[in-house]
Design a protein around this ligand. Structure first.
Ligand code: NAD
Ligand code: UDP
Length: 352
């Protein structure tokens, strides 16, 4: 058993990871400031004897003794981080520095959750880890893109200067049960709109592409990357360079909207909005490195994963029988059961 810190553990990816680490028998500290995550994400685990939930902001130093750190804390929805650029940059830079300092002091191993956004609007396709990226440093996405690039640079610097054992996972778009209905990312937006019978909002024509990886596949890859111990032919740790994690099954956003309409049986129409500024036109990971290093590849098809995600969002429209432990904005979702359609509407407008 290891003592594991998960920053951002109340977020979408974090909550799934915390659950997996507990199942694997670890002692887990979930650290989160609930900026975009919710307490309800871990409600089902609140009695677990090996889980501690700490409210803390990674922009401040982290006092604890741990063996492993999964550093996920950061707003990840473009709709959110574009509204909060300073907070996002500070979280990426100060937060990552505090995590790396803690790892140095505690001699802990770290995994940094980076992103495909380091490639920006990519010049090469599919994206390989060797690509340097094509990022607007002052555009609406720059707080996140440049923040994550700075976080990667910090991680590399702490390895070079202090030999901190830090692995960098470049996550491509993930999805699955547990996404917040009001998160703003495309799968949760379109799924909620389809289930409510509202128009599906596409930015521009919908010809731009993404590659979506089911959350369980992502978590498996993160766990394997953290466990990696091998060295390469030059005697360097195999984990020292970043690793793309995602599903190379690329799809246009228009096609995604049609799949969601089909899978939900929704009568909704598609509505084209103005294009989003600096929206990457295509995105698909080259996962050769992950396949070789981690003996991993995605196992869940988009149709299968969208079906499970639909079932989860549908279940959120049902009254939940959960005892009120926390009295906060998120928890009111469970205390006020309403008719299904009204219920999704209520969730979508909830800032929690
Ligand atoms: P999320 O917004 O659901 O979760 C992020 C969590 O971090 C939230 O619980 C939030 O409250 C917490 N947080 C934010 N700022 C914090 C701070 N200053 N101090 C403490 N906690 C803070 O996002 P997610 O989708 O779960 O993403 C998790 C990580 O994975 C992020 O680092 C993100 O950049 C990366 N990532 C995710 C995706 C994806 O598709 N989900 C893709 C690429 C990269
Ligand atoms: N998108 C869209 N409608 C929405 C939300 C997003 O058309 O309601 C598009 C967005 O412009 C982008 C893609 O879907 O091209 C993926 O967006 P998301 O915010 O999920 O993540 P990103 O990959 O841009 O970080």
């Amino acid at each position: 058993m290891s003592r594991v810190l998960v920053t951002g553990g109340a977020g979408f990816v974090g909550a799934h990871l915390v659950e997996r680490l507990l199942l694997d028998g670890h002692e887990v500290i979930c650290l989160d400031n609930f900026e975009t995550g919710t307490r309800t994400a871990l409600l089902h685990l609140r009695e677990h004897p090996f889980l501690e939930i700490w409210r803390h902001d990674v922009r401040h130093p982290l006092p604890c003794q741990v063996d492993l750190i999964f550093h996920l804390a950061c707003p990840a929805s473009p709709a959110y981080y574009q509204q909060h650029p300073v907070l996002t940059l500070e979280t990426c830079m100060l937060g990552t520095q505090h995590v790396l300092q803690l790892a140095r002091d505690a001699k802990a191993r770290v995994l940094l959750a980076s992103t495909s956004e380091v490639y920006g609007d990519p010049l090469n396709h599919p994206q390989q880890e060797s690509d340097w990226g094509h990022v607007n440093p002052i555009g609406p996405r720059s707080s996140y893109d440049e923040g994550k690039r700075a976080a990667e640079a910090l991680a590399r610097a702490y390895w070079q200067a202090h030999r901190v054992d830090v692995r960098i996972a470049r996550l491509f778009n993930c999805y699955g049960p547990g996404m917040r209905p009001n998160d703003g990312r495309v799968i949760s937006n379109l799924m909620v709109q389809a289930l409510k019978g509202d128009a599906l909002t596409l930015h521009g024509s919908g010809t731009h592409t993404r590659s979506f990886c089911y959350i369980k596949d992502v978590v498996e890859a993160l766990v394997r990357l953290m466990q990696l111990d091998s060295v390469d032919a030059d005697g360097l740790p195999a984990w020292v360079d970043p690793v793309n994690l995602g599903n190379p099954d690329e799809i246009s956003i228009l096609e995604l909207a049609h799949r969601i309409l089909a899978i939900t049986g929704s009568p909704s129409v598609i509505q084209h909005l103005p294009s989003a500024v600096d929206d990457p036109k295509k995105r698909c990971p080259d996962i050769s490195r992950a396949m070789t290093l981690l003996d991993w590849c995605p196992t869940v098809s988009l149709n299968e994963g969208l079906g499970w995600t639909r079932d989860w969002f549908r279940a959120q429209t049902m009254p939940q029988n959960v005892p009120p432990v926390y009295v906060d904005q998120e928890f009111k979702l469970y205390q006020q059961p309403t008719a299904p359609a009204a219920r999704v509407a209520q969730d979508s407008s909830n800032p929690g």
